[in-house]
Design a protein around this ligand. Structure first.
Ligand SMILES: CC(C)(COP(=O)(O)OP(=O)(O)OC[C@H]1O[C@@H](n2cnc3c(N)ncnc32)[C@H](O)[C@@H]1OP(=O)(O)O)[C@@H](O)C(=O)NCCC(=O)NCCS
Length: 183
């Protein structure tokens, strides 16, 4: 498939919100941009599957989820790195902006779902995704950007400028109920 430029795509948010310094540091054969409405066809779910179990919901349901994210403006920032030669996605990540009542109506950026295709790991793409998401978070006015990770990924996030703080707690819901919000 030939490379599709940002102008030809229906994007989750405007491209110019991705910091220019990150764009400049990517190799010429790669392109960083917001998630697009047709990225189901560019391998979005297969890149995410390096992270955890991914159940393919089909393109229509994927698209409905994309529209649900976009319906909350200035909140969800999903980004991708695309290999221009194949027009396939090779890295993904998201930051969502939480608006608070404390700290003078402060905001916090939550980084989620960082994944780099196995064939492209170790080439600084994970770092570029984190730099882009942190830049979006800070440019959105967030006073901090946070994330959860496994022990084995702590050194990676330290290289990205993060420090270990506090603990994560989780409670999984019973599995015998719907796992997605009702539309
Ligand atoms: C973890 C992951 C996102 C890192 O992305 P990547 O593109 O492979 O990493 P980068 O090339 O950007 O690494 C940046 C730096 O971190 C280091 N690094 C990366 N992963 C590391 C690890 N697990 N342990 C120690 N150092 C690591 C790199 O060596 C590099 O260091 P350098 O600047 O000294 O060369 C990627 O390997 C991945 O998708 N893994 C599987 C899914 C996953 O675990 N996602 C994170 C969920 S919390």
């Amino acid at each position: 498939m030939p490379f599709t430029s940002d102008a030809e795509l229906d994007l989750l948010f405007p491209s110019d919100q991705i910091p220019a310094f990150v764009r400049k540091q990517l190799p010429a054969e790669l392109h960083i941009r917001p998630l697009a409405s047709t990225d189901y066809r560019r391998g979005h779910l297969s890149v995410l599957s390096v992270l955890t179990v991914v159940t393919d919901p089909g393109e229509d349901a994927w698209r409905a989820q994309f529209e649900a994210l976009r319906a909350a403006p200035r909140t969800y920032y999903g980004i991708v790195i695309v290999d221009k030669a194949s027009d396939r996605i090779v890295a993904v990540g998201t930051v969502f902006i939480e608006r608070k009542f404390l700290r003078g109506l402060g905001s916090v950026g939550h980084i989620e779902d960082i994944a780099v295709d196995k064939s492209q790991q170790g080439k600084k793409l994970g770092l570029r995704i984190i730099q882009a998401l942190t830049g979006i978070s800070e440019n959105s006015g967030c006073y901090k950007t946070i994330l959860n990770c496994s022990d084995s990924n702590i050194p990676f996030y330290e290289k990205c400028g993060f420090q270990k703080k506090e603990n994560e707690m989780a409670k999984y819901a019973p599995t015998d109920r719907p796992q997605t919000p009702r539309l």
